[in-house]
Design a protein around this ligand. Structure first.
Ligand code: 8OZ
Length: 406
C-alpha cells in the first residue's frame, strides 16, 4: 500500500466530552493486514524477565504486555530463534515447546485487552558469550571479528554479570540454509503462539546487521563483498518467513548508520538504500527504522544532514508504511508525521513507565519517569507496577498482577 498521509476531515464532529482530535498521531492507519487505531507503536524492549530455567515467557510477562495493549501495535521484545541466537541472560526464546506455550499466555492477554502483537525474531550473532551458547561454544558471526565491550551473562550465583566478548566463529557456507530454517521454524512457532505477525530483527549490530555491514563482514563467499551479497542472508530470511506468514503480516527492523554493538558500515547510504529497495519489492507490512537522527531529537538539536539524507533515501525506496523509532515525544512525533517523514512512530522507554502511554499523550497527561535500574532482570518491580492514569486516580484496581510466574 502507499504511505500517503491523509489529513483528518476538518468537519469531523466534535464529541461532547473532548475536542476533535486533529493530530495525525491519533488517526487510524492500515499497515499490511493490521487496522491500527492510531500511530503509536510500542517499540521492542529487552527486559530480561523470562522464567528460568529455559527462558520461558510467563504470566508476569503476559501481565506486562496486557497493560500496554492500547499501543497501536506491540512489537515484542527481541526473542531468540535458537539457543545459538541468545546474547543476554534471561531473554525469551521461541525455539522450545514451553516457550511457545508461554508466549500463548502473552498473546491471549494482549488480545483479550483488544491489542495486537508481533514477535520480534532475533539472532545476536557475535553479541553473545560461550556461557550462553550450546556446549559453551563460541558465538557465530559472518567473520571472526571480536566486538568491543561486554556481554551480559548469568554468574554461578544466578546474578547478572558482564564478561568480555570473545572472537566469534565464522559461519560456514553449509550452515546458512540451517540458519535460515531456524528463522522459518521460529515464524511457524509464532503462529502456534498466537502472534498477529512477525518482525525480523535486522538492526542494532546483531547477526543480520553483522552480515549487512562492512565492519563485521569480511567474507569472500556469496554472503560477503558487494552489498548484493551482504544483504543476501536478510533476504533469504525474509523469503523463508514469508513462506510461513503472508508478507502483509511481516515487518523488518533496520538501523541505518547505527553504531550499537560495535557495528559500522563504510557506506551506509548505499548499503541501506539497496536493502530497502530489495525489501520494498517484497511488499511487507512495514519497515521499522531505528532513527539515525534520534540523538538530535532527544537533545532538541538540529539533525545531522547525513542522517536526514539517509532517511530521505529510505522514504523514497520504501513505498509501504514506514515506522520510525527513537527519541520521539508527542510533539516531535506529530511534527515528523506531518512532514511526511514517517507513517508511524515506535516509542520504547516511555512505554516502560507508562502502560497507557497513548492515552497519556492524547490527553497531555503527565508521564511517569522510568527507572533504569529495573530495565533488565528482576520481577514485577519496575515492570508491572507502573500505574495507569485510572489507577493513579484510584478508579481502577492494580491490573492483572498474577503471582503464578514465581
Ligand atoms: C538493549 C539491551 C539488550 C538488547 C536491541 C535487542 O538493541 C536489543 C537490546 C537492547 O535491539
Amino acid at each position: 500500500m502507499s504511505a500517503t498521509l491523509e489529513l483528518p476531515a476538518a468537519t469531523n464532529p466534535a464529541s461532547e466530552s473532548r475536542p476533535t482530535e486533529q493530530r495525525l498521531l491519533f488517526q487510524p492507519i492500515k499497515v499490511g493486514r493490521f487496522e491500527l487505531p492510531h500511530r503509536i507503536v510500542m517499540a521492542p524492549l529487552t527486559r530480561s524477565r523470562a522464567r528460568q530455567p529455559g527462558n520461558v515467557p510467563s504470566a508476569l510477562n503476559a501481565c506486562y504486555y496486557q497493560q500496554r495493549a492500547s499501543a497501536a501495535l506491540i512489537v515484542s521484545e527481541a526473542t531468540q530463534i535458537s539457543m545459538q541466537g541468545q546474547g543476554y541472560a534471561w531473554t525469551p526464546g521461541i525455539h522450545s515447546r514451553e516457550q511457545v506455550e508461554g508466549w500463548r499466555l502473552v498473546t491471549d492477554a494482549v488480545h483479550e485487552a483488544g491489542g495486537r502483537i508481533v514477535l520480534q525474531m532475533w539472532h545476536v550473532g557475535r553479541i553473545s558469550h560461550p556461557a550462553l551458547q550450546p556446549d559453551g561454544m563460541p558465538p557465530v558471526a559472518p567473520s571472526p571479528i571480536r566486538p568491543e565491550s561486554m556481554a551480559f551473562i548469568e554468574n554461578e550465583k544466578g546474578e547478572g554479570e558482564l564478561a568480555p566478548f570473545v572472537t566469534p566463529r565464522a559461519l560456514q557456507p553449509e550452515e546458512m540454509p540451517y540458519l535460515v530454517a531456524q528463522y522459518e521454524r521460529a515464524a511457524r512457532h509464532a503462529i502456534k503462539a498466537g502472534f498477529d505477525g512477525v518482525e525480523v530483527h535486522g538492526a542494532n549490530g546483531y547477526l543480520l546487521d553483522q552480515f549487512l555491514c562492512t565492519g563485521t563482514n569480511r567474507r569472500t563467499d556469496a554472503y560477503g563483498g558487494p552489498v548484493e551479497n551482504r544483504v543476501r542472508l536478510l533476504l533469504e530470511v525474509v523469503d523463508a518467513v514469508t513462506k510461513v506468514w503472508d508478507a502483509e503480516a511481516v515487518g523488518v527492523r533496520l538501523s541505518p548508520m547505527g553504531a550499537a554493538n560495535d557495528i559500522r558500515d563504510d557506506d551506509p547510504l548505499t548499503t541501506f538504500t539497496h536493502a530497502t529497495r530489495e525489501l520494498n519489492a517484497r511488499k511487507l507490512a512495514y519497515l521499522h527504522v531505528v532513527n539515525p537522527a534520534m540523538g538530535a531529537l532527544e537533545n532538541k538539536t538540529t539533525p545531522d544532514a547525513a542522517a536526514m539524507q539517509m532517511l530521505q533515501r529510505i522514504r523514497e525506496a520504501w513505498h509501504g508504511p514506514l515506522m520510525l523509532a527513537g527519541g520521539f515525544d508527542a510533539d516531535t512525533a506529530e511534527q515528523w508525521l506531518r512532514e511526511g517523514r514517517a507513517d508511524l512512530v515506535a516509542i520504547g522507554r516511555k512505554f516502560i513507565a507508562n502502560p497507557d502511554l497513548p492515552e497519556r499523550l492524547r490527553t497531555h497527561a503527565p508521564l511517569n519517569a522510568d527507572d533504569a535500574a529495573t530495565y533488565y532482570g528482576g520481577g514485577e518491580k519496575g515492570y508491572t507496577d507502573y500505574p495507569s492514569l485510572a489507577q493513579e486516580r484510584g478508579q481502577a484496581p492494580k491490573a492483572c498482577v498474577d503471582e503464578s510466574w514465581r
